[in-house]
Design a protein around this ligand. Structure first.
Ligand code: DGJ
Length: 331
């Protein structure tokens, strides 16, 4: 057998093993999830890039003392922005620390990514034409009045990423966000806008580096945030939370025949005890595995000690268009 066939077979077998392990509930231990160096995984508001048989996990680094921003009408608990971490894994169980993918700026307080700012919910996609990895991330001031979305690029999946700039797509506010790349290569930003009252979806340019003028308003006046989009059997699904600061609430699933709508709400996809609080968590990403099997990634925030926030990764299934997320105790 020639070497390239052996390589292809090895890739196939390791991806089958990874999928089998992940769907057999070898999900990360929510309470004590450690990397290859024995350190707690620090990747909140996370997203996963699947590239060349490896999964890359990106998330917010939350480290240091949590403080309450004064004179806010809501509980604006914060830690200094620690930048974005990256971990890699072949099996979704064992994770290697790859380092800081997007480093915060420690000296220039006017920089978008200065430690005094908000750098949240990073999502990375790969652009086949430009061969660049593109990271989009929520950029804000500590009082969340800036409402921008930032973009950074790298030639390798784990980074380091070079920060380019932040924008408000078509002059619209952007807070909690995600990115979705469709099978045809088109990519979209999905973000809470209009003072978090309404979400918007905006198509990205072919290089994924800027928003186009093509955007729609969805879930009008529903006050949704924490978007996570995925696709199955030609249908598009979007899980969101209600806006309640760091406190958990019930997720809602919306469904559409095309990314650009129409989006119809379908109720809470979580079933069982604590479904009304999304099992005490908030959505961050949905990772496709295969055959209608997905992993739902969520944050279990500890608002007064954000560094101590945890994660839950749960199986998400779709049967005949019916989406279900069930709680599973950690192993
Ligand atoms: C809820 C959002 O989903 C989080 O990402 C973060 O922005 C907090 N609000 C801040 O309170």
């Amino acid at each position: 057998m020639n070497r390239s066939i052996i390589n292809i077979l090895c890739c196939l077998i390791s991806s089958l093993i990874a999928t089998a392990q992940a769907t057999n509930n070898l999900l990360p231990p929510f309470e004590k999830w450690k990397d290859d160096k024995g350190n707690f995984i620090n990747a909140h508001g996370a997203g996963v890039l699947s590239y060349n048989g490896t999964y890359y996990l990106f998330g917010e680094i939350k480290k240091g003392k949590t403080h309450l921003v004064p004179n806010q009408s809501w509980e604006d608990y914060r830690v200094d922005a620690g930048g974005i971490s990256c971990y890699s894994s072949k099996d979704l169980v064992h994770w290697k620390y790859e380092g800081i993918a997007l480093a915060p700026n420690k000296t220039d307080s006017t920089s978008d990514i200065h430690i005094s700012k908000v750098i949240e919910r990073p999502k990375v996609i790969y652009n086949k034409r430009t061969k660049q990895f593109v990271m989009w991330v929520h950029i804000d001031k500590e009082d969340y009045s800036y409402a921008h979305i930032g973009v950074a690029v790298s030639n390798s999946p784990a980074g380091p990423y070079k920060y380019l700039q932040s924008v408000q797509p078509n002059g619209q506010q952007s807070r909690d966000m995600t990115v979705f790349k469709d099978d045809n290569g088109k990519a979209y930003l999905i973000y809470s806008s209009e003072n978090n009252n309404t979400m918007q979806i905006c198509e990205l340019s072919n290089d994924y580096l800027s928003p186009t003028k093509n955007y729609i308003r969805i879930l009008e006046n529903q006050r949704r945030e924490a978007p996570a989009m995925f696709k199955h059997d030609g249908k598009y699904y979007l899980i969101t939370s209600l806006c309640s600061g760091w406190d958990p609430n019930a997720a809602i699933l919306s469904v559409a025949d095309s990314v650009m709508g129409n989006w119809v709400q379908r109720g809470n996809p979580c079933v069982g005890k604590d479904a009304a609080t999304t099992f005490n968590s908030q959505s961050s990403f949905v990772l496709p595995l295969n055959k209608g099997k997905f992993i739902f990634l969520a944050d279990r925030w500890n608002k007064t000690n954000l560094e101590d926030s945890r994660y839950i990764w749960l199986p998400l299934t779709i049967n005949n268009g019916n989406v279900e997320i069930k709680y599973k105790d950690e192993k």
